[in-house]
Structure formats: C-alpha cells, structure tokens
Design a protein around this ligand. Structure first.
Ligand code: TXA
Ligand code: MG
Length: 315
C-alpha cells in the first residue's frame, strides 16, 4: 500500500524524480506527475489503465504560471480565472509547444486549472513544473474523495498519497472551452453554471458530442460504481425492486433501510456533492445487488450530481 502523509518535501522529491504522487484538491484526489515529463505522463496512463485518447488536466499555482503553457487567454477566460481560481474550473486553452502531446492526446488545447487546496498549492509553489493530474481512480470508476479511497484502488501502484483530508467539493471541476470565441461547458462540475453566467453571461452546454468527444469525461458510462444503478422516483423504484437487495441513494429523505445513504438530510446541495462518490463506494461494499437512486434538484451543483448519476446508470 502507499504511504499516506502530509510531507510536501517528500512529495516534491518524488515528483522531481519523475514519480507519481496522489494529491488532494478541493474537488477529488488527483494522480499527479510532472506535466512536462513524457515518461511521467505515460506512467499516469499506465497506472490508471486509461486510454491515451483521453487528455490530462494540467494543474498550476496561479494564472501567471498558466501563461507559460497556453498561447493566449481569451478575455472571458481571464475574467473567470480572476474570479474563480483557485477553484473548481478547468479552462481549455490553446497550448504552447512546451506541453507534450501525450498530455493533450494530440489536441491543440490543454485543460488547465488552479486547484484550491492549501497543501497542493504549497507543493505547486515549490515545483518548477506544473502537475498533470487526472482523478486518482482506475479509468471509468468513481473518483476518490479521501486518501483511503485512493489507497484502496491505486495503493499498490504508487508510493505516496499527500493527505489533505476529505475533499470539500466532492465532484470534479467544471470544464469550459471556447468554440469560435464562444464559451462552451463540456463537463458540469464543482463550479455552477449559474456562477459562471453571472460573470460572462449565457454559456452553452455541450455534454455529448458523440463522434469525437471533446472531453471523454463525457463518455456515458463514466464515474460508475461496480453495481448497476437505476434512477427514478424512490417510491416507484421500491415498487419494482426488492428492498432487501437494494441500496437506496436519496437526496434528503430517510427510508429507514439498512442499505441507504442520504446525501444531505438537511437538503444542502453542497453537502450532497461532497457525499456523492463516498456513497457510491459504500454501496459497492454492501451486500446489495442494485443501487436505486433519485435525482437531486437540477440547479447549482445539483446539475453536476445529476450528470454523474446519469453516467453511473448508463452501463
Ligand atoms: O477536478 C478535477 O478536474 C480533477 C482534479 C484531480 O483536478 N481532475 C479530473 O481529471 O477530473 P480527469 O482526467 O479525471 O478528467 C479530466 C477530463 C477528462 O474527461 C478529459 O477528457 C478532459 O478533462 N480534458 C482534459 N484535457 C482536455 C482537452 N484538452 N480537451 C478536451 N477535454 C479535455
Ligand atoms: Mg476522472
């Protein structure tokens, strides 16, 4: 198993030696390596068992540092970064040549973000290179929101997990790019569309571009637990499926089942997001055959939660 600790200097030494370290962010844990080192990038794909057509997000300490890796920062991107970085927003921007093609899967844009976590920020501040970091889970599985989740799945393949506690946001960053200078959201995530639109006005959302997915996080059966997930109104689902072999995932309602997870008893959408991936993992460990889940209100972070539920169900 990997060692779990708060030693930034040790993490730094490993990364400088081209090795991988799991790092905390406000969204989910990342599997980090030197983004300018092709071998480290290859190792990330290897450890995650991730197809090479799925590009990696590059993490930087601040907007100034981002300028080293992107050709230009459109005005709207700059406004968003000024307002929301560090935070759960990934910007797809035209890459500079210094960013290896393996990072972007040959695309001419690079996904770049500045994570909001004190430990990872301190680490990035001390490194002379940015960090490529996909979520620290095997490809297609639920993202980890604690160091223990990382250890359960990737612990045998990496040396060190930087312990930043449980992730505050709990769902991955929102991904925003530009098409003909028009902002497009490719993945709903930890920064709400409402917050983005308050700064740059109306944005379009393009979650499924089937033939050539711009963001493979758009693949339908992504973020999936091992068990089958069925979505609907809980009362209706319980008519259809036997309660004793079903896990119940609800927003706030308590059904008094031994196999249930209430995302937020008080109906708080941020708390629900924090708990989502934890809940899906718990169900995988329970003696149940199926996960019955209901949608949360479709606003704010609720959109990202519902998006992950739909993908988890699309097996
Ligand atoms: O919150 C997050 O974004 C977390 C933490 C660790 O930062 N990272 C994360 O990475 O979720 P990952 O690799 O699990 O998901 C990144 C998504 C993928 O679906 C990838 O296809 C998309 O971002 N992506 C990255 N670079 C891209 C690019 N240049 N063009 C289109 N999509 C890109
Ligand atoms: Mg991921």
């Amino acid at each position: 198993m990997a060692e779990i600790g708060k030693d930034i200097q040790y993490a730094k030494r490993l990364l400088e030696a081209g090795e991988l370290v799991a790092i905390p962010t406000e969204t989910v844990y990342g599997l980090a390596g030197n983004a300018l080192n092709t071998n480290a990038a290859l190792e990330i794909f290897e450890v995650k068992d991730r197809p090479h057509f799925d590009p990696l997000i590059v993490h930087v300490a601040n907007l100034n540092s981002a300028e080293h890796y992107v050709e230009e920062i459109p005005e709207q991107a700059r406004l968003l970064a000024d307002k929301f970085w560090p935070g759960p927003l990934t910007l797809l921007l035209k890459k500079k040549r210094i960013v290896p093609d393996i990072i972007t899967s040959g695309l001419d844009t690079v996904g770049i973000r500045c994570p909001n976590h004190i430990l990872t920020h301190a680490l990035l501040d001390q490194l002379t290179f940015p960090l490529a970091a996909p979520s620290a889970n095997p490809f297609g599985y639920v993202s980890p929101t604690t160091p223990e989740h990382v250890n359960e799945q990737l612990g045998g393949k990496i040396k060190y997990i930087l312990d930043g506690g449980a992730c505050q946001v709990g769902v991955e960053s929102t991904i925003l790019g530009f098409e003909d200078n028009t902002p497009v959201i490719y993945r709903m995530g930890g920064l709400s569309i409402e917050a983005i639109e308050d700064v740059i006005g109306k944005v379009t959302v393009q979650l499924h571009s089937t033939s050539n997915p711009k963001a493979p996080g758009q693949l339908k059966s992504h973020y999936a637990p091992r068990k089958k997930v069925v979505l609907g109104k809980m009362e209706d689902l319980l008519q259809e499926y036997p309660a004793h072999v079903s896990g119940l995932l609800t927003f706030k309602q308590n059904f008094n089942s031994p196999f249930q997870f209430v995302l937020s008893p008080t109906g708080n959408i941020e708390e629900a997001a924090q708990n989502l991936f934890l809940a899906l993992r718990e169900f995988d460990k329970m003696p149940i055959d199926i996960i019955l889940a209901e949608f949360v209100p479709e606003k704010g972070l609720g959109r990202a939660i519902n998006d992950r539920l739909r993908r988890a169900a699309a097996l």
